[in-house]
Design a binder for this molecule. Sequence first.
Ligand code: ATP
Ligand code: MG
Length: 448
Amino acid sequence: VTFSVTEHESNPKREFALAVLRRLRDAGHEAYWAGGCVRDSLLGREPKDYDVATSARPPQIRELFGRRKTLDIGASFGVIAVVGPKPAGIVEVTTFRHDAPYSDGRHPDAVTFTSAEEDARRRDFTINGLFYDPLNADESRRVIDFVGGVEDLGRRVVRAIGDPQARFEEDKLRMLRGVRFAATFSFALDEGTAAAIVGLAPTVTVVSAERIAQEMRALLVLPARSHGLEMMRETGLMAVLLPELMPLGAQIVQQGASRDNLWRRTLDVLDRLVDPDFPLALAALLYATSWRSDEPPHGEGERAAAEVVRQVADRWRLSNKETDHAAWLVEHHRALIHSQTMPWPTLQRLLISPGIDDLLKLHAAIALAGGRDTAHVDSCRRRLRLPREELDPQPLLTGDDLIRHGVPQGKIYKTLLEQVRDAQLDRQIENREQALALVDRILEKAGS
Ligand code: ATP
Ligand code: MG
């Protein structure tokens, strides 16, 4: 096995990671590239960053590279960051270690420094447990594999190192990481590994909201996101983390010629999203919870689904910005279906919303997954090319205008400016004088 990244190609990260390795070796320590960078290179992917594993202890690492060039990012776990030239960033240098028992289901109680082999065995998955020695002149001996990772890369499986049940009991986050790595590379979960997740899925709740969100953020934007979600469903992780989605599998949707259950339809929508960011993918994942068999009044299902977004966002402590955007998308996921026949001011207000690009992507994906055309989306895209003055005219009034007009400052400003804007887009008013007259009428009404 050889690295596909050619060695002559200039790659500042790789160059620096090589320099770090050389320095450690020249000082008599054992040192290799480790983990993700080895896996990615063997798969022909450019590593995000290079990690080094070494026999050197944290104080030795710091002494070797100098205090000013190193950051103690977890010396008690044996992790020192070595700072390289700007384009190279940092290389994490980690002392070979063995983790002591995990009593909280997430973090080891202590670590002990040990051999390369034991360090490989404490890692989570075989494909993440490889070392690489770029300094070995014999290319065929550069990969150092204590755990069968090379074979699993070839078989395209994610397999826990050691006894999967024990490894997931130690650290519940690994269950989500396993699914994410399988989705990242379009690999399968090894049978025993999948079975262990099935047994332990209910315990994933000990993982912090932030770490769950971090994994879901990464998973949902992968090209193979639907494969990842399907694995979550099959292993029972979904029932625990996203129970709202479980009923979808039992709901049949018929649209034109295509008949499907709502879960398969949702996966299809997700796959049809073009380069989604996380809030858009989350919206596509959750919009179908608006489905009601009893055909409630218009908009009710959408509002209920937007509420589901807020619930999930709250559970994962997502930022307000992500949450509001995803909830807005879900609430409006049908808003443009009749874009070709709706009154212009109504459409215009949607087209000038900050989230419009994602809303159009969501509409297109839903239409295509349902076997329908995207004429409504195409017509919106054409309208978006209208001149700015026509599509999104300068507001007639600003807060300063209200101050100058003698309106006492307060919460009312927001309402006033919004109502003036609405009237402007509705073509009820078209200049400043009319806008200020409207302000007076609104204030008068509020006062009386
Ligand atoms: P990515 O490309 O997502 O960064 P990575 O393999 O580099 O993938 P990291 O989370 O950066 O993953 O971790 C680096 C390495 O540390 C992993 O390859 C794995 O060997 C080990 N590792 C990380 N998290 C765990 C964990 N929870 N349990 C055991 N080993 C872990
Ligand atoms: Mg990494």
